[in-house]
Design a protein around this ligand. Structure first.
Ligand code: NAI
Length: 250
């Protein structure tokens, strides 16, 4: 992919699943990676794997719902690697499964804080550095739940619809200055989040049956799409919310 080598990329939620796959892909393409997450043990594992393949990475313990942490994550990119070219704002949580009227208030707050405020705060800290450096590219993780409703996860659905709104707005504001901003909307991807939220094999079988491609997505398939959106290969793409769901919402 063009434009990724010798760059600096932040990936949030880089300890497991989609973020880990994207961090490895950025590194494979020659980026120095700032892997950010609340999960320190697995985050160090991501960095070790990148170093074993000859790549360059640091881990920064970051809670994306805390602005001080997010600013420190961006500062670490600048201090360690001299700038910031790309950001994959991907950290997210699924929250509790309850119909809207039974959703606990603290669950609403937690999911919105991580999934929506986390993306807003990341862009708020990242974009000024990119503008100073002459441009960059951001990909925010939404979901097919950012395109359509799903029962019993109203905070998650609201957060992921909100991520698309934030993405389109930032694209309007900063594309002319050289910062493209896109979202990615995965379908059902085989990650620890799906293991936790599907509960049983029946739910996974149901997701597979509803997916025309006939299987779950792999984290690498979303990581690759995110890195592609950041790359110069996608140089005329901004304000887009790219669905990668094996046809589930077609
Ligand atoms: P995952 O659970 O493997 O990865 C999420 C990562 O985010 C974890 O490493 C976790 O420690 C980290 N994280 C959680 N809260 C955080 C916080 N406050 N600050 C920093 N890091 C935090 O799950 P997966 O599937 O890789 O999820 C990645 C993103 O993809 C999420 O935004 C999720 O909503 C989204 N997504 C996942 C889908 C799936 O089917 N797996 C479908 C659509 C979207």
């Amino acid at each position: 992919m063009d434009g990724i080598s010798d760059s600096v990329a932040i990936v949030t939620g880089a300890s497991t699943g989609i973020g880990r796959a994207a961090a490895l892909r950025f590194a494979e393409e020659g980026a120095s990676v700032v892997a950010a997450d609340v999960n320190v043990a697995d985050g160090n594992g991501t960095v070790e794997e990148i170093e074993e393949m000859g790549g360059e990475a640091i881990f920064v313990e970051t809670d994306v719902s805390d602005f001080e942490d997010v600013q420190a994550m961006v500062d670490a990119a600048v201090d360690t690697y001299g700038g910031l070219d790309f950001a994959f704002n991907n950290a997210g949580i699924e929250g509790a499964n309850e119909p809207t009227t039974d959703q606990p208030m603290d669950n609403w707050e937690q999911v919105i804080d991580v999934n929506l405020k986390g993306v807003f705060q990341a862009m708020k800290a990242e974009i000024p550095v990119m503008l100073e450096d002459g441009g960059g590219s951001i990909v925010n993780t939404s979901s097919i739940a950012g395109k359509v409703g799903f029962p019993e996860i109203s905070p998650y659905v609201a957060s992921k619809h909100g991520v698309i709104g934030l993405t389109k707005t930032a694209a309007l504001e900063y594309s002319e200055a050289g910062v493209r901003v896109n979202a990615i909307c995965p379908g059902v991807i085989d990650t620890p989040m799906v293991d936790r939220s599907s509960g049983d094999n029946e739910a996974v079988d149901g997701a597979i049956a509803a997916t025309p491609i006939g299987r779950l997505g792999e984290p690498e398939e979303i990581g690759d799409a995110a890195v592609w959106l950041c790359s110069d290969d996608a140089s005329f793409v901004t304000g887009e919310a790219l669905v990668a769901d094996g046809g589930l919402t077609s």
